[in-house]
Write a protein that binds this ligand. Structure first.
Ligand code: RP5
Length: 204
């Protein structure tokens, strides 16, 4: 399908979810969502924007962003997750505290891989969310990332790798992303002499 043929997103296309693509947000977005990025509260959004932006700008993958709270409105979560667009191939789910959202989705959707992002929140600073997600009993797996920002970005990369299994263009973008990371090491090595001289001056 060429870019011109990809339909513009219309507001009634998704229930309680917002499409985000490289072209824009909501009505300005294009394409079909390949990834669901969901979270327990919009207070998780600053963290999950790291995942949304990585999907959008690094890999050009449209995603559906949706709030799903298993402790405030479990029935709506079931409704949403049962009726995801058929184009969704992988779910990224973030929560803080006693974080049941990713595990619940893993049970509701036996057909979709679920990636969990523990939010660094509250008295235990994310350790509670990490353990709630990673200690899923047998049968409902959640691929759990690191607590916080690194976890959100890695969730997007991992989701892109899953989408790339059936889409060679995403494979190319993953390779370009890896090349950028390698270039950063080369740049650091190139400026190392200067930095070491700076440290030496401070000691003298
Ligand atoms: C979880 O409770 C959410 O995922 C969030 O991390 C946490 C706190 O939510 P708010 O009280 O900020 O809405 O369900």
């Amino acid at each position: 399908m060429s870019d011109a043929e990809i339909p513009l997103h219309t507001p009634d296309m998704y229930t309680h979810g917002v499409l985000v693509s490289p072209e824009g947000v909501g009505e300005a977005a294009r394409g079909e969502p390949k990834v669901l990025v969901t979270m327990g509260s919009d207070s998780d959004l600053p963290l999950m924007m790291k995942a949304v932006d990585t999907l959008r700008y690094e890999f050009g993958i449209p995603c559906l962003v949706q709030i799903n709270s298993v402790h405030r409105d479990l029935r709506t979560v079931v409704e949403h997750i049962d009726h995801l667009p058929a184009s969704v191939q992988v779910v990224i789910a973030c929560a803080g505290g006693a974080a049941h959202l990713p595990g619940n989705i893993a049970d509701l959707r036996a057909d979709l891989p679920v990636i969990g992002v523990p939010r660094d929140l509250g008295a235990l600073n994310g350790i509670d969310a990490l353990l709630s997600m990673v200690q899923m009993p047998e049968g409902a797996p959640v691929a759990v990332m690191a607590i916080g920002n690194a976890g959100a970005i890695n969730a997007a990369i991992h989701a892109a790798k899953e989408v790339a299994i059936g889409d060679p263009t995403i494979k190319v973008r993953l390779q370009a992303y890896a090349a950028k990371r390698k270039a950063r090491v080369a740049t650091q090595n190139a400026s190392l002499t200067q930095k070491l001289e700076g440290y030496a001056k401070n000691i003298e």
